[in-house]
Design a protein around this ligand. Structure first.
Ligand code: UTP
Length: 301
């Protein structure tokens, strides 16, 4: 039976996985970037688990060429489950079974990687007229309260679209969408000095032209009207249909808020960031952490 959404309730998350992952070549020649393994889980699993822990019921993957392994990762594999049980590996069987039940996963194909905005636009029919979350799996956010859940709380209180933000200083800023913001009337004490009204956005500006040091990171709650804005924009920076440009219209039309989220973010979208994230998550791993710390010491760096 199909459940109807309560007004404003966010049930669906869009996770685009159709990018080319050029920064990881040759690793990503035959394997999607989102299947790169961070300690013991592929990147995509961190994003799906965050969405589910935030109350999301349905994952919409924007797939591209060669992304079948991502879909298979979340499908039931009864043969494997049976075989594991037969071999007395009950724990492993549960792990595999849990993955197949984690969330309802649907897919829509992006025929060509025309940009993040275009990828999100591909979800229009599956999302319908509901607000929805977007998670970019190469942004990993470790937080006591999942980052998507933090944004959902702002969405429930303020309405409109909400993006996650953090400060980035220096030339690194030029790789992001950067915002012009004003402090928002924080309806809750815990958001004091952390909640902003977004007035304008620019994709990958030069440092000299950046309107602030507040950048958009890969977590969003979007109102469905964003699909109209995506349909209306032309290719922007890098010849791609940019989500930032659609959000720019959204910020003019009605409220877009930005929350300086609580938690630690890693950009696992390039090799160095991925290695850093690997160290971070390996050291925090409940079973591997202390042994890994010792192993690092023994390297005599
Ligand atoms: P990135 O900007 O990291 O691009 O996309 P990319 O193409 O994956 O990687 P590089 O820059 O070539 O190394 C952010 C997210 O948006 C998805 C990617 O799969 C990634 O999860 N994406 C990007 C799409 O699904 N479609 C696109 O057209 C572009």
């Amino acid at each position: 039976m199909k459940r109807r959404a309560r007004l404003g309730q966010v049930r669906k998350a869009v996770i685009p996985v159709a990018g080319l992952g050029t920064r990881f070549l040759p690793a990503t020649k035959a394997m999607p970037k989102e299947m790169l393994t961070l300690v013991d889980k592929p990147l995509i699993q961190y994003a799906v688990e965050e969405a589910v822990a935030s109350g999301i019921e349905e994952i919409i993957l924007i797939t591209g060429e060669g992304t079948d392994p991502i879909v298979e990762h979340f499908a039931r594999q009864r043969g494997l489950e049976r075989e594991l049980k037969k071999r007395g590996k009950a724990g492993e069987a549960r792990l595999v079974e849990r993955l197949g039940r984690l969330a309802r996963v649907r897919t829509v194909r992006q025929a060509e990687p025309l940009g993040l905005g275009h990828a999100v636009g591909c979800a229009r029919r599956l999302v319908g007229r509901e607000p929805f979350a977007v998670l970019l799996p190469d942004d990993l956010i470790d937080a006591a309260l999942p980052c998507t859940k933090q944004l959902l709380e702002v969405h429930a209180a303020c309405g409109g679209s909400v993006v996650a933000t953090q400060r980035v200083e220096g030339p690194a800023l030029e790789r992001f969408g950067v915002m012009r913001v004003e402090p928002a009337a924080a309806t809750r004490r815990k958001w004091r000095h952390r909640l902003f009204r977004v007035r304008d956005l620019v994709e990958k500006p030069t440092l000299a032209r950046a309107p602030s040091s507040w950048v958009v990171v890969g977590r969003y709650i979007l109102e469905p009207e964003v699909f109209d804005f995506i349909a209306a924009i032309r290719p922007g920076k890098g010849g791609e249909i940019q989500l930032t440009d659609a959000l720019r219209i959204a910020a003019r039309e009605r409220a877009v808020h930005a929350l300086a989220f609580g938690g630690v973010r890693h950009d696992a979208g390039d090799k160095l960031g991925f290695l850093r994230a690997t160290l971070y998550y390996a050291l925090k791993h409940p079973e591997l952490g202390s042994a890994f710390r010792e192993a690092l010491k023994s390297l005599k760096l």
